[in-house]
Design a protein around this ligand. Structure first.
Ligand code: KQY
Length: 365
């Protein structure tokens, strides 16, 4: 039996563990929509296969797929990657998927946030999003785990936790009137605490320049472990990213986490500006209601959009001179893990990156 609970995770002693805690498996969704992914999503599908294979070196991967792509996904993915039919509007499992919570005694449940395609009817990135909104319920049924229905519009990429009670987010996203306009900052904090178990909410300002999610934190900054945060960085004062990263750095240095610690900040230099080419833009179908792709638009490229898995870290690379330094810096900071780079331009062209297309299910033990 799978129950929808009327209590909150905090009331029941559940909390969201850090991404770097042990996982049972990783969830992904298969890309196919031609108004977001160029050339009928064929290049994106190859990139998703590369990500899934990289993660599968470390832990099991489950790929959710719409019915019409089942056979294609099954044929393109290696047999150890499980393929299950989960209807969806697009493939951003971080954002449409559940947030798993644990109680430290082996029980795992999930939080099902409300989803409005990053901004609702006026500013959302596509319409409709009804299938996306049902993904967490289907994961609950597949896994046989109970569900909390959170009365808050939130995407998984807009929060990071350290697993000890500290949560990192951005004002640009969570206070955006296109998410929860009826709620005050204090009310949003209360919901975050009730549904993730966090006690200390740290607010950064804006997210990465031109990020179409309204500034998800998962492209800007993340915990490497409790007390240590990685931040996307540039030394170029003329780059529009500079004041954003500088403000985030200043805030991070001022913060104290739930344990009263000051935070160490590791700067990860961003890639050189990446712009969509005319050929890439032409490959995307124009559909009313979907954010159009235009040649010359700068993409929100960041190495921070990486994913922790058991014993590994899967990091986007961009065929850029900064790739090597990003990989080396992460490897130096995370010596107990193997850092793996995956070429991610095709994922970036869809509006996100490796962290945005993955969702960890904790072991919970
Ligand atoms: O988390 C993300 N970065 C998702 C972005 C959605 C893009 C839809 N075009």
């Amino acid at each position: 039996m799978v129950y929808t609970l009327s209590s909150t995770p905090r009331q029941d002693g559940f909390y969201m563990p850090a991404e770097f805690a042990p996982h049972k498996q990783t969830w992904m969704l298969w890309p196919e929509r031609p108004d977001n992914w160029r050339l009928g999503a064929k290049p994106a599908q190859k990139a998703f296969v590369a990500v899934a294979k990289a993660i599968a070196q470390f832990e099991p991967v489950v790929m959710g797929v719409n019915q019409r792509q089942f056979l294609n996904a099954r044929a393109m993915l290696p047999p150890q990657i499980r393929v299950v039919e989960i209807s969806n509007n697009d493939s951003w499992m971080r954002d449409v998927g559940p947030t798993f919570v644990v109680n430290g005694q082996g029980t795992v449940r999930l939080v099902d946030w409300m989803f409005n395609a990053w901004g609702g009817l006026r500013e959302g990135l596509y319409f409709p999003w009804d299938l996306d909104d049902l993904v967490p319920r289907k994961v609950a049924e597949i896994e046989g785990i109970d569900r909390y229905a959170a009365p808050l519009v939130l995407e998984g990429g807009s929060i990071h936790v350290d697993g000890e009670g500290t949560l990192l987010t951005t004002e640009q996203c969570l206070l955006n009137p296109n998410r929860n306009p009826e709620l005050s900052k204090e009310e949003i904090e209360t919901y975050l605490k009730e549904y993730t178990g966090a006690e200390c909410i740290l607010w950064l300002g804006e997210g990465v320049y031109n990020d179409e999610t309204n500034g998800h934190v998962d492209n800007l900054a993340c915990f490497l472990r409790p007390g240590v945060v990685a931040l996307t960085w540039t030394d170029d004062h003329n780059d529009p990213q500079y004041p954003i990263s500088q403000d985030a750095y200043d805030r991070l240095r001022r913060f104290r986490d739930v344990k009263g610690r000051s935070l160490e900040v590791v700067k990860i230099h961003q890639p050189n500006p990446i712009r969509i080419t005319a050929e890439e833009a032409e490959g995307v179908d124009a559909v009313e209601g979907t954010l159009p792709r235009q040649a010359g638009d700068r993409m929100a490229a960041s190495y921070i959009n990486f994913y922790f898995c058991n014993g590994g870290v899967v990091v986007p690379t961009f065929d850029d001179p900064h790739d090597q330094l990003a990989l080396e810096t992460l490897q130096r900071c995370l010596p107990e893990r193997r850092v793996v780079g995956v070429s991610a331009r095709e994922i970036l062209l869809g509006g996100g990156n490796i962290h945005c297309i993955t969702q960890q299910q904790p072991l919970g033990g």
